[in-house]
Ligand binder design. Structure first.
Ligand code: CDP
Length: 208
């Protein structure tokens, strides 16, 4: 079974996808980490994010064993990722890895922006997770502060809005709900309530 969880920045897709995967014993891939890692690798090699050739080369050479790097969750890494995520060749280079991951054993839960539309259009269940900009910025603020990162709520709100606009308006695989995705608005839900709501969607779709 493949479950696609898409949605805008900091909407709680990752937390939700991780719990759903654990519940069903499925693999879990946070596809945002792939884009974050490509941006990291460009910068580590001394390149600039605006350099198409450097970004494409980094995507083609991506090493999935480096995705557990905690720096990928740093306060600026999401914005860097969205800069290189708009490059068609970067996205193409990351497709095989994501599709192969989805096909493993019993299946997998993948979270991102284009899982239900491009990466796994045949996913059994597609959920598009949203929440208000302010709720998302608040959650991200608590997450960063828990790790000791110094970034303000206002900076995070601006980052979320800037990234959503960039991700939604790019020409290839823009952030969008698949026509057959079920919307889940988590503005007024905590992580447990969001999980319960997602499980209801999944069980209705696949049967208990
Ligand atoms: O966790 P958060 O929602 O803040 O971001 P993420 O899922 O780690 O994604 C970081 C950036 O990678 C996004 O802003 C997108 O530009 C890009 N991304 C994408 O284009 N396609 C995906 N499937 C996943 C992420």
């Amino acid at each position: 079974m493949i479950i696609a969880i898409d949605g805008p920045a900091a909407s709680g897709k990752g937390t939700l996808a991780k719990r759903i995967a654990a519940h069903y014993g499925l693999g879990w891939l946070d596809t945002g980490l792939l884009y974050r890692a490509v941006a990291r690798d460009v910068v580590v090699k001394g390149g600039r994010l605006e350099d198409l050739g450097a970004a494409i080369a980094a995507a083609r050479a991506i090493d999935a064993t480096t995705l557990c790097d905690p720096h990928l969750r740093g306060p600026r890494a999401g914005d860097d990722a969205s800069m290189i995520a708009k490059i068609p060749e970067v996205r193409a280079a990351l497709l095989d890895y994501q599709r192969t991951f989805a096909q493993q054993g019993k299946g997998a839960v993948l979270d991102g922006r284009d899982i239900g539309t491009v990466v796994c259009p045949d996913a059994r269940v597609k959920i598009f997770v949203t929440a208000s900009d302010e709720a998302r910025a608040r959650r991200r603020f608590l997450e960063h502060h828990g790790r000791g990162d110094t970034i303000t709520y206002e900076e995070l709100l601006a980052d979320i809005r800037r990234r959503d606009a960039r991700d939604s308006n790019r020409s290839v695989a823009p952030l969008a709900a698949a026509p057959d995705a079920i919307l889940l608005d988590t503005t007024d839900l905590d992580a447990d309530q969001a999980f319960v709501a997602a499980m209801k969607i999944i069980e209705k779709k696949v049967g208990k």
